[in-house]
Design a protein around this ligand. Sequence first.
Ligand code: ZN
Length: 104
Amino acid sequence: MKPMRMSQNPLRIVESACPKCFHRLDAVDSVGEGGECIPPLPGDFTICIACFSVLRFDDNMHLLLSSLSEVPIEHRALLAYIKMTVEEAAQAWNAKGGRPWASH
Ligand SMILES: [Zn+2]
């Protein structure tokens, strides 16, 4: 059971480790408008739930370290919002004590 979901339909992806913190990421949440389920494609951006790094899928759907400045301007605000949402969820989770955020 993951501690938080941003959508009702997390998509399973080929497991790939975050290049920064090596947290294994094996699911992504839809960031499409209207809550539709959009599988990630090469070149898409995502956020590591463990270290909040901006990541990008390469042509083989492996994760590369990226940054907000690489995100197309029309998607940057959305990704920044998601990053902030994940960070706040992690802070709220950790403030409760017990099992640390994203530890498994
Ligand atoms: Zn990470």
